[in-house]
Design a protein around this ligand. Structure first.
Ligand code: ADP
Ligand code: MG
Length: 411
C-alpha cells in the first residue's frame, strides 16, 4: 500500500504496554487469547509491562532505553497512547524518540485510532475482538507509516501532543460523562450521546482557524530554519521544515515563541505542572493573549453545540467523524455544530456519523472545514475540553498540526 515509510525488521522486539483497567478490564486476557500466538508466529518477541496507574506509561516511555525496542505497542484505549505520545515528546531526544514505531491494539472502550487504521485499509468495518485481530495482523505485517500529530497549547503555556482529537461542547461532555459507562465497552459513546441529548445546551465562545488552502497559498520558498543539532533525524526535520516554510512569518513567530520554546531550559513557574518545552516550535501560532493573525478566519457565530477538531477518521469504534481523514493528510478536520439545531437533527447527525455520512446531509447547522491551525476561546468560566478523549485544562486553547511527526504500524 502507498504511504508506507518503513518495515519492521525480523526478528524484532516489541514493548507492549497493557492497561488492565481499560475498557471492560479484559485487556490482558484478550491479549493472551488473541495476540500472543500471532506475534510469536511472526517472529516478534515482546516484553509486557502492565500499567499500574495513570501516567505510568508516560513515565515508562519517558525513561526507557528505546534502542531496545523496534516498536512500542499499547493494548488499551486511546488514553494510554496519548500518554505514550506525550512521554516520548517530553524526552530530551524527542525528535528521535517520536520516530519509534507505535502499535495499537484495541483494549479500551475508546479505540478510535485502532478503528481508524482498520478503516484506512478499506476492509469491512468490524468491532470488538475482530478489530483486535485485525490490528494484531497489522502488527505482524509490520508496515510503518507516518502519523500526523497536533500540538495543543493551553493558557498556562502547557503544551500537549495529540494524535486524535480536540473537542469542546457536546462531544467533550459525552467523552467524559460516558467514562462511567465503560463497562458497556465501545457502546459507551452511544449511550452517553443519548443521555446528553436530554440536556442539550449551548456553549458560547470564539472560534478561529487557519484554512488548509490559505496556509498552502502562503508558502514561501524553503527556508533553512534549523532548531536542532541532531541532523540524523532527517524525516522529522524535513516535515517540520516544510511546516515552517509554509508560513512566511515563521521567523517572526519563532522569535515570539508563542507558547513553547525549543530551548528546553526555560525557567518554570513554581507550582505549575511540568511544561512540555520539547518539540517543534509552533510556527503558525501567536501567543494566546494576542489576536489571531489577520489571514485566519474568525467564525462569526459564537453559540455552538459542539466543536471538534479531528485528525483521524474515527472518534470511537462506531463514530466516523471525519471519513476523509487519513493517517498523515496534514489536515485538522474541523467540524462544528451551531446552536439552534434541534435534538432530533442532532440525533440524526450522530446516527449518520456511525456510517460517516453526516457531512453530506446538508444540515445547515453543521460546518466542516479543513484547517492547519485553530484557536478556541470558551466564554463560560467552567467547562470541559478534551484532547484525545482525555480532559485537559479548561480555557483558551490553540493547536496546529505537524504532518508526519510520529510513526505507526498500520496497513
Ligand atoms: P479506555 O478506552 O477504557 O478509557 P484508556 O486507554 O483510555 O482506556 O485508559 C484510561 C485511563 O486509564 C488512562 O488515562 C490511563 O492513564 C489509566 N490507567 C492506566 N493504567 C491504569 C491502572 N492500572 N489503573 C487505573 N488507571 C490506569
Ligand atoms: Mg479513554
Amino acid at each position: 500500500p502507498g504511504g508506507v515509510c518503513a518495515e519492521v525488521r525480523r526478528p524484532c522486539r516489541f514493548l507492549v504496554l497493557i492497561n488492565p483497567q481499560s475498557g471492560k478490564g479484559q485487556a490482558q486476557p484478550m491479549f493472551n487469547n488473541h495476540i500472543q500466538h500471532m506475534l510469536q508466529e511472526a517472529d516478534i518477541t515482546y516484553t509486557i509491562k502492565i500499567t499500574e496507574r495513570q501516567n505510568h506509561a508516560r513515565e515508562l516511555v519517558r525513561e526507557a532505553d528505546l534502542s531496545q525496542w523496534d516498536a512500542v505497542v499499547i493494548m488499551s484505549g486511546d488514553g494510554l497512547l496519548f500518554e505514550v505520545v506525550n512521554g516520548l515528546m517530553e524526552r530530551e531526544d524527542w525528535e528521535k524518540a517520536i520516530q519509534t514505531p507505535l502499535g495499537v491494539l484495541p483494549g479500551g472502550s475508546g479505540n478510535a485510532l485502532a478503528a481508524s487504521i482498520h478503516y484506512y485499509t478499506g476492509a469491512q468495518p468490524v468491532s470488538g475482538e475482530e478489530l483486535l485481530v485485525s490490528c494484531g495482523f497489522m502488527l505482524c505485517k509490520g508496515l510503518v507509516s507516518h502519523l500526523d500529530l497536533t500540538s495543543v497549547c493551553m493558557a498556562s503555556s502547557k503544551r500537549l501532543f495529540s494524535f486524535l482529537s480536540l473537542a469542546w461542547g457536546f462531544v467533550a461532555d459525552v467523552d467524559i460523562e460516558s467514562e462511567k459507562y465503560r463497562y458497556v465497552g465501545a457502546a459507551r459513546f452511544t449511550l452517553g450521546t443519548l443521555v446528553r441529548l436530554t440536556s442539550l445546551r449551548v456553549y458560547k465562545g470564539k472560534l478561529a482557524y487557519l484554512p488548509a488552502e490559505e496556509s498552502q497559498s502562503l508558502s514561501s520558498p524553503a527556508q533553512s530554519v534549523s532548531f536542532t543539532n541532531d541532523s540524523n533525524s532527517s524525516s522529522v526535520h524535513s516535515s517540520v521544515h516544510s511546516h515552517l516554510s509554509r508560513n512566511s512569518n515563521c521567523q517572526n513567530h519563532l522569535l515570539h515563541n508563542s507558547c513553547n520554546s525549543n530551548n528546553a531550559h526555560k525557567p518554570k513557574f513554581n507550582g505549575e505542572p511540568p511544561v512540555t518545552t520539547q518539540g517543534p516550535p509552533d510556527s503558525l501560532l501567536v501567543p494566546l493573549d494576542q489576536p489571531v493573525p489577520a489571514h485566519w478566519t474568525v467564525v462569526t457565530e459564537e453559540d455552538f453545540v459542539l466543536v471538534m477538531a479531528v485528525y483521524q477518521s474515527h472518534l470511537a469504534e462506531d463514530l466516523i467523524a471525519a471519513p476523509a481523514s487519513r493517517l498523515k493528510d496534514g489536515n485538522i478536520h474541523l467540524i462544528y455544530v451551531k446552536a439552534g439545531i434541534s435534538r432530533q437533527a442532532l440525533l440524526r447527525l450522530f446516527l449518520a456519523m456511525e456510517k460517516g455520512t453526516h457531512l453530506s446531509t446538508n444540515c445547515p447547522f453543521v460546518v466542516y472545514v479543513k484547517v492547519r491551525a485553530l484557536r478556541l476561546e470558551p466564554y463560560s468560566p467552567k467547562g470541559t475540553i478534551t484532547v484525545d478523549g482525555e480532559v485537559v485544562e479548561y480555557g483558551p486553547v490553540q493547536a496546529q498540526i505537524y504532518d508526519r511527526l510520529a510513526r505507526i504500524i498500520a496497513g
